[in-house]
Ligand binder design. Structure first.
Ligand code: FNR
Length: 352
Protein backbone atom coordinates (compact mmCIF):
# COMPACT_ATOMS: atom_id res chain seq x y z
CA UNK A 1 0.00 0.00 0.00
CA UNK A 2 2.79 2.46 0.97
CA UNK A 3 4.44 1.70 -2.40
CA UNK A 4 1.18 2.41 -4.29
CA UNK A 5 0.72 5.73 -2.47
CA UNK A 6 4.39 6.61 -3.11
CA UNK A 7 4.07 5.83 -6.83
CA UNK A 8 0.90 7.90 -7.09
CA UNK A 9 2.62 10.83 -5.36
CA UNK A 10 5.58 10.61 -7.73
CA UNK A 11 3.34 10.46 -10.79
CA UNK A 12 1.44 13.50 -9.51
CA UNK A 13 4.68 15.54 -9.30
CA UNK A 14 5.44 14.79 -12.94
CA UNK A 15 1.87 15.53 -14.04
CA UNK A 16 1.87 18.90 -12.23
CA UNK A 17 4.84 20.06 -14.29
CA UNK A 18 3.22 18.75 -17.49
CA UNK A 19 -0.08 20.49 -16.67
CA UNK A 20 1.55 23.84 -15.83
CA UNK A 21 3.48 23.69 -19.11
CA UNK A 22 0.40 22.72 -21.13
CA UNK A 23 -2.02 25.21 -19.58
CA UNK A 24 0.07 28.39 -19.19
CA UNK A 25 -1.62 31.33 -17.48
CA UNK A 26 -5.33 31.77 -18.24
CA UNK A 27 -5.67 35.05 -20.19
CA UNK A 28 -8.93 36.08 -18.49
CA UNK A 29 -7.74 35.62 -14.91
CA UNK A 30 -5.48 38.44 -13.75
CA UNK A 31 -3.82 39.27 -10.45
CA UNK A 32 -5.33 42.82 -10.47
CA UNK A 33 -2.00 44.63 -10.35
CA UNK A 34 -3.29 46.52 -13.39
CA UNK A 35 -5.46 48.38 -10.84
CA UNK A 36 -2.35 49.60 -8.97
CA UNK A 37 -0.23 52.53 -10.18
CA UNK A 38 3.05 53.96 -8.97
CA UNK A 39 3.63 57.70 -9.07
CA UNK A 40 6.62 58.53 -11.30
CA UNK A 41 9.39 60.83 -10.08
CA UNK A 42 10.87 62.77 -13.01
CA UNK A 43 13.75 64.24 -10.94
CA UNK A 44 15.16 61.30 -8.98
CA UNK A 45 18.51 62.80 -7.77
CA UNK A 46 19.95 59.25 -7.79
CA UNK A 47 22.71 57.28 -9.48
CA UNK A 48 21.93 53.71 -10.57
CA UNK A 49 25.02 52.51 -8.66
CA UNK A 50 23.48 53.65 -5.38
CA UNK A 51 20.42 51.42 -5.76
CA UNK A 52 20.03 48.31 -3.63
CA UNK A 53 17.43 45.64 -4.39
CA UNK A 54 18.30 43.63 -1.25
CA UNK A 55 15.51 42.83 1.20
CA UNK A 56 15.00 41.08 4.52
CA UNK A 57 12.38 38.44 5.30
CA UNK A 58 11.83 36.61 8.59
CA UNK A 59 15.28 37.68 9.80
CA UNK A 60 17.07 36.50 6.64
CA UNK A 61 18.74 38.94 4.23
CA UNK A 62 18.13 38.30 0.51
CA UNK A 63 20.17 39.98 -2.27
CA UNK A 64 17.01 40.10 -4.42
CA UNK A 65 13.29 40.19 -3.59
CA UNK A 66 12.61 37.47 -6.20
CA UNK A 67 12.05 34.02 -4.69
CA UNK A 68 11.85 30.90 -6.85
CA UNK A 69 8.65 29.61 -5.31
CA UNK A 70 7.81 26.05 -4.27
CA UNK A 71 7.46 23.64 -7.17
CA UNK A 72 8.91 20.24 -7.17
CA UNK A 73 10.96 17.32 -5.88
CA UNK A 74 10.10 13.73 -5.02
CA UNK A 75 10.30 11.97 -8.41
CA UNK A 76 13.32 10.99 -10.52
CA UNK A 77 11.89 12.89 -13.50
CA UNK A 78 11.93 16.27 -11.70
CA UNK A 79 15.52 16.04 -10.39
CA UNK A 80 16.87 17.98 -13.40
CA UNK A 81 14.33 20.76 -12.87
CA UNK A 82 15.39 21.30 -9.26
CA UNK A 83 19.03 21.17 -10.30
CA UNK A 84 18.53 23.85 -12.96
CA UNK A 85 16.36 26.05 -10.73
CA UNK A 86 18.95 25.92 -7.94
CA UNK A 87 21.80 26.71 -10.35
CA UNK A 88 19.83 29.75 -11.57
CA UNK A 89 19.11 30.75 -7.95
CA UNK A 90 22.84 30.72 -7.22
CA UNK A 91 23.76 32.67 -10.38
CA UNK A 92 21.17 35.38 -9.67
CA UNK A 93 21.32 35.45 -5.85
CA UNK A 94 17.77 34.25 -5.30
CA UNK A 95 16.16 32.34 -2.47
CA UNK A 96 14.58 29.08 -3.62
CA UNK A 97 11.67 27.15 -2.13
CA UNK A 98 11.27 23.43 -2.78
CA UNK A 99 8.13 21.53 -3.64
CA UNK A 100 6.38 19.72 -0.81
CA UNK A 101 9.03 17.67 1.01
CA UNK A 102 6.81 14.90 2.39
CA UNK A 103 7.73 12.62 -0.52
CA UNK A 104 11.41 12.93 0.34
CA UNK A 105 10.75 12.09 3.99
CA UNK A 106 8.45 9.11 3.29
CA UNK A 107 10.48 7.76 0.34
CA UNK A 108 14.20 8.32 1.15
CA UNK A 109 15.17 6.98 -2.31
CA UNK A 110 13.92 10.27 -3.82
CA UNK A 111 15.47 12.59 -1.18
CA UNK A 112 18.28 13.32 -3.68
CA UNK A 113 15.79 15.20 -5.88
CA UNK A 114 15.52 17.77 -3.05
CA UNK A 115 19.06 17.78 -1.62
CA UNK A 116 20.45 18.68 -5.06
CA UNK A 117 19.11 22.18 -4.42
CA UNK A 118 21.42 22.62 -1.43
CA UNK A 119 24.34 21.10 -3.37
CA UNK A 120 23.84 23.60 -6.21
CA UNK A 121 23.15 26.60 -3.94
CA UNK A 122 25.39 25.87 -0.92
CA UNK A 123 25.39 29.39 0.56
CA UNK A 124 21.92 30.44 -0.54
CA UNK A 125 18.61 30.72 1.24
CA UNK A 126 16.65 27.48 0.77
CA UNK A 127 13.04 27.20 1.90
CA UNK A 128 11.54 23.79 2.70
CA UNK A 129 7.82 23.17 2.09
CA UNK A 130 5.14 20.91 3.56
CA UNK A 131 1.36 20.78 3.33
CA UNK A 132 -1.22 21.95 5.87
CA UNK A 133 -1.79 19.35 8.58
CA UNK A 134 1.78 17.99 8.38
CA UNK A 135 3.17 16.96 11.78
CA UNK A 136 6.24 18.63 13.27
CA UNK A 137 8.50 15.54 12.88
CA UNK A 138 7.85 15.32 9.13
CA UNK A 139 8.31 19.09 8.74
CA UNK A 140 11.61 18.92 10.64
CA UNK A 141 12.81 16.03 8.46
CA UNK A 142 11.90 17.98 5.28
CA UNK A 143 13.96 20.94 6.58
CA UNK A 144 16.91 18.70 7.39
CA UNK A 145 17.07 17.14 3.88
CA UNK A 146 18.11 20.54 2.47
CA UNK A 147 19.37 22.43 5.53
CA UNK A 148 16.60 24.97 4.98
CA UNK A 149 16.67 28.36 6.72
CA UNK A 150 12.88 28.80 6.43
CA UNK A 151 9.80 26.56 6.13
CA UNK A 152 6.66 27.14 4.07
CA UNK A 153 3.45 25.39 5.13
CA UNK A 154 1.06 25.47 2.17
CA UNK A 155 -2.75 25.73 2.33
CA UNK A 156 -4.27 24.25 -0.84
CA UNK A 157 -7.86 23.28 -0.01
CA UNK A 158 -9.21 24.10 -3.51
CA UNK A 159 -6.53 21.91 -5.08
CA UNK A 160 -7.29 19.00 -2.73
CA UNK A 161 -11.02 19.26 -3.50
CA UNK A 162 -10.38 19.00 -7.24
CA UNK A 163 -7.81 16.20 -6.87
CA UNK A 164 -9.40 12.77 -7.22
CA UNK A 165 -7.08 11.40 -4.53
CA UNK A 166 -7.09 14.64 -2.48
CA UNK A 167 -7.89 15.21 1.20
CA UNK A 168 -11.51 15.73 2.19
CA UNK A 169 -11.06 16.50 5.89
CA UNK A 170 -9.33 19.75 6.79
CA UNK A 171 -9.88 19.77 10.54
CA UNK A 172 -7.01 20.32 12.97
CA UNK A 173 -4.60 21.94 10.50
CA UNK A 174 -4.28 25.18 12.49
CA UNK A 175 -3.35 23.30 15.68
CA UNK A 176 -0.76 21.34 13.67
CA UNK A 177 0.63 24.63 12.32
CA UNK A 178 1.02 25.98 15.85
CA UNK A 179 2.91 22.84 16.87
CA UNK A 180 5.15 23.01 13.77
CA UNK A 181 5.95 26.68 14.52
CA UNK A 182 6.97 25.80 18.07
CA UNK A 183 9.06 22.76 17.21
CA UNK A 184 10.87 23.10 13.88
CA UNK A 185 13.44 25.72 14.94
CA UNK A 186 13.23 27.89 11.79
CA UNK A 187 10.78 30.71 10.95
CA UNK A 188 7.56 29.43 9.34
CA UNK A 189 5.69 31.00 6.42
CA UNK A 190 2.01 30.13 5.77
CA UNK A 191 1.33 30.01 2.04
CA UNK A 192 -1.53 29.57 -0.43
CA UNK A 193 -0.92 28.08 -3.88
CA UNK A 194 -3.04 30.34 -6.10
CA UNK A 195 -6.39 31.10 -4.48
CA UNK A 196 -5.13 33.78 -2.07
CA UNK A 197 -5.30 34.34 1.68
CA UNK A 198 -7.99 36.57 3.22
CA UNK A 199 -7.32 38.93 6.12
CA UNK A 200 -9.25 36.66 8.51
CA UNK A 201 -6.99 33.64 7.90
CA UNK A 202 -3.87 35.81 7.93
CA UNK A 203 -4.80 36.78 11.49
CA UNK A 204 -5.29 33.10 12.41
CA UNK A 205 -1.92 32.17 10.90
CA UNK A 206 -0.15 34.95 12.82
CA UNK A 207 -1.87 33.82 16.01
CA UNK A 208 -0.35 30.37 15.35
CA UNK A 209 3.05 32.09 15.40
CA UNK A 210 4.06 32.26 11.73
CA UNK A 211 6.68 34.88 10.88
CA UNK A 212 5.74 35.15 7.21
CA UNK A 213 2.72 34.87 4.91
CA UNK A 214 2.92 34.16 1.17
CA UNK A 215 -0.46 35.27 -0.17
CA UNK A 216 -0.35 32.86 -3.16
CA UNK A 217 -3.13 34.74 -4.92
CA UNK A 218 -5.22 34.22 -8.03
CA UNK A 219 -4.02 35.36 -11.43
CA UNK A 220 -1.25 32.94 -12.32
CA UNK A 221 -0.94 29.18 -11.94
CA UNK A 222 -4.36 27.84 -10.97
CA UNK A 223 -4.30 24.45 -9.25
CA UNK A 224 -8.02 23.97 -9.77
CA UNK A 225 -7.30 23.99 -13.52
CA UNK A 226 -4.19 21.85 -13.03
CA UNK A 227 -6.15 19.12 -11.20
CA UNK A 228 -9.00 19.30 -13.71
CA UNK A 229 -6.43 18.82 -16.51
CA UNK A 230 -5.05 15.73 -14.77
CA UNK A 231 -8.57 14.24 -14.64
CA UNK A 232 -9.57 15.33 -18.15
CA UNK A 233 -12.39 17.33 -16.53
CA UNK A 234 -14.09 20.17 -18.42
CA UNK A 235 -13.90 23.10 -16.00
CA UNK A 236 -16.64 25.75 -15.75
CA UNK A 237 -15.11 29.15 -16.56
CA UNK A 238 -16.14 30.54 -13.16
CA UNK A 239 -13.47 28.40 -11.49
CA UNK A 240 -10.84 30.58 -13.16
CA UNK A 241 -11.98 33.34 -10.84
CA UNK A 242 -12.33 31.47 -7.57
CA UNK A 243 -10.28 33.04 -4.80
CA UNK A 244 -8.67 36.38 -4.07
CA UNK A 245 -6.56 38.04 -6.72
CA UNK A 246 -2.95 38.48 -5.63
CA UNK A 247 -3.24 42.27 -5.37
CA UNK A 248 -6.44 42.01 -3.28
CA UNK A 249 -4.98 39.35 -1.02
CA UNK A 250 -1.76 41.32 -0.59
CA UNK A 251 -3.62 44.52 0.32
CA UNK A 252 -5.88 42.70 2.81
CA UNK A 253 -3.08 40.75 4.46
CA UNK A 254 -0.75 43.76 4.76
CA UNK A 255 -3.57 45.81 6.26
CA UNK A 256 -4.43 43.02 8.74
CA UNK A 257 -1.01 41.69 9.82
CA UNK A 258 1.68 43.60 7.90
CA UNK A 259 3.16 44.87 11.16
CA UNK A 260 3.34 41.36 12.68
CA UNK A 261 4.62 39.21 9.77
CA UNK A 262 6.67 39.60 6.59
CA UNK A 263 4.45 39.30 3.54
CA UNK A 264 5.43 37.56 0.28
CA UNK A 265 3.45 38.42 -2.86
CA UNK A 266 2.96 35.52 -5.28
CA UNK A 267 0.46 34.31 -7.84
CA UNK A 268 0.84 35.50 -11.43
CA UNK A 269 3.83 37.73 -10.65
CA UNK A 270 5.50 37.92 -14.07
CA UNK A 271 6.90 41.44 -14.69
CA UNK A 272 9.16 43.90 -12.87
CA UNK A 273 6.23 46.32 -12.88
CA UNK A 274 4.11 43.88 -10.82
CA UNK A 275 7.01 43.14 -8.47
CA UNK A 276 7.70 46.81 -7.78
CA UNK A 277 4.00 47.54 -7.21
CA UNK A 278 3.83 44.68 -4.69
CA UNK A 279 6.94 45.95 -2.90
CA UNK A 280 5.46 49.49 -2.84
CA UNK A 281 2.31 48.05 -1.21
CA UNK A 282 4.49 46.57 1.53
CA UNK A 283 5.53 43.08 0.36
CA UNK A 284 9.03 42.06 1.51
CA UNK A 285 9.60 39.56 -1.32
CA UNK A 286 7.88 38.17 -4.41
CA UNK A 287 7.52 34.52 -5.46
CA UNK A 288 7.47 33.27 -9.05
CA UNK A 289 6.83 29.64 -10.00
CA UNK A 290 4.99 28.62 -13.23
CA UNK A 291 6.93 30.72 -15.78
CA UNK A 292 10.25 29.34 -14.54
CA UNK A 293 9.32 25.71 -15.11
CA UNK A 294 7.87 26.64 -18.50
CA UNK A 295 11.11 28.40 -19.51
CA UNK A 296 13.08 25.32 -18.46
CA UNK A 297 10.89 23.26 -20.78
CA UNK A 298 12.22 25.15 -23.81
CA UNK A 299 15.13 23.71 -25.82
CA UNK A 300 17.49 26.46 -24.52
CA UNK A 301 15.79 26.38 -21.11
CA UNK A 302 18.63 27.39 -18.78
CA UNK A 303 19.71 30.27 -21.04
CA UNK A 304 16.11 31.44 -21.39
CA UNK A 305 15.68 31.38 -17.61
CA UNK A 306 18.91 33.39 -17.21
CA UNK A 307 17.73 36.01 -19.68
CA UNK A 308 14.36 36.34 -17.93
CA UNK A 309 15.87 36.78 -14.46
CA UNK A 310 18.58 39.16 -15.68
CA UNK A 311 16.03 41.34 -17.41
CA UNK A 312 13.76 41.36 -14.33
CA UNK A 313 16.64 42.52 -12.13
CA UNK A 314 17.64 45.24 -14.58
CA UNK A 315 14.04 46.47 -14.76
CA UNK A 316 13.65 46.48 -10.97
CA UNK A 317 16.56 48.93 -10.80
CA UNK A 318 15.06 50.99 -13.62
CA UNK A 319 11.74 51.24 -11.82
CA UNK A 320 13.44 52.25 -8.56
CA UNK A 321 15.13 55.09 -10.48
CA UNK A 322 11.83 56.07 -12.10
CA UNK A 323 10.12 56.27 -8.72
CA UNK A 324 13.06 58.13 -7.14
CA UNK A 325 13.94 55.38 -4.65
CA UNK A 326 17.30 53.99 -3.55
CA UNK A 327 15.86 51.07 -1.55
CA UNK A 328 12.60 49.17 -1.03
CA UNK A 329 12.22 51.03 2.28
CA UNK A 330 12.21 54.32 0.32
CA UNK A 331 9.61 52.90 -2.07
CA UNK A 332 7.28 51.85 0.76
CA UNK A 333 7.05 55.52 1.82
CA UNK A 334 5.83 56.57 -1.64
CA UNK A 335 2.17 56.81 -2.62
CA UNK A 336 0.45 53.95 -4.42
CA UNK A 337 -2.73 54.71 -6.38
CA UNK A 338 -5.41 52.00 -6.29
CA UNK A 339 -8.32 52.11 -8.73
CA UNK A 340 -10.93 49.93 -10.40
CA UNK A 341 -12.00 46.54 -9.04
CA UNK A 342 -9.24 46.43 -6.46
CA UNK A 343 -10.38 49.73 -4.95
CA UNK A 344 -14.01 48.55 -4.94
CA UNK A 345 -13.04 45.23 -3.39
CA UNK A 346 -11.08 46.91 -0.58
CA UNK A 347 -13.89 49.41 0.07
CA UNK A 348 -16.45 46.58 0.21
CA UNK A 349 -14.20 44.71 2.66
CA UNK A 350 -13.69 47.82 4.79
CA UNK A 351 -9.95 47.85 4.11
CA UNK A 352 -8.45 50.95 2.53
C1 FNR B 1 3.59 24.57 -7.47
N1 FNR B 1 3.22 25.18 -6.26
C2 FNR B 1 3.46 24.54 -5.06
N2 FNR B 1 3.30 25.20 -3.89
C3 FNR B 1 3.58 24.59 -2.71
O1 FNR B 1 3.45 25.25 -1.68
N3 FNR B 1 4.03 23.31 -2.69
C4 FNR B 1 4.20 22.57 -3.82
O2 FNR B 1 4.61 21.41 -3.76
C5 FNR B 1 3.90 23.19 -5.07
N4 FNR B 1 4.03 22.53 -6.27
C6 FNR B 1 3.98 23.21 -7.46
C7 FNR B 1 4.32 22.58 -8.66
C8 FNR B 1 4.37 23.32 -9.84
C9 FNR B 1 4.80 22.65 -11.12
C10 FNR B 1 4.03 24.71 -9.83
C11 FNR B 1 4.08 25.55 -11.07
C12 FNR B 1 3.62 25.30 -8.67
C13 FNR B 1 2.59 26.51 -6.24
C14 FNR B 1 3.56 27.67 -6.36
O3 FNR B 1 4.48 27.70 -5.30
C15 FNR B 1 2.81 29.03 -6.43
O4 FNR B 1 2.17 29.27 -5.21
C16 FNR B 1 1.77 29.06 -7.54
O5 FNR B 1 2.25 28.35 -8.68
C17 FNR B 1 1.42 30.47 -7.96
O6 FNR B 1 2.54 31.15 -8.47
P1 FNR B 1 2.79 31.35 -10.07
O7 FNR B 1 3.01 29.99 -10.64
O8 FNR B 1 1.54 31.99 -10.60
O9 FNR B 1 3.99 32.21 -10.16
Amino acid sequence: MAKVVGDLRQRRKVEHVAAVRALGDHPASTNWFEDVSLVPCCAPELAVDEISIATEVCGVTLPSPIVINAMTGGADEVYAINRSLAAAARRHGLAIALGSGTAGVRSPEVAYTYSVVREMHPDGVVIANVGMGTDAETAKAAIDIVGAQLLQVHWNVAQEMFMAEGDRDFRGALAKLEDVVQRVGVPVIAKEVGQGIAAEQAVQFVECGVRGIDVGGRGGTNFIAVEAWRRGLQLAESWQNWGLSTAASLAEVIDAVGNRADIFASGGMRTADEIVKAMAMGAKAVGIAGPLVRLLGQPDGEAALDRYLEELHAELRTLLVLTGCRTWADLRKKPVVVMGRLREWLLARGRN
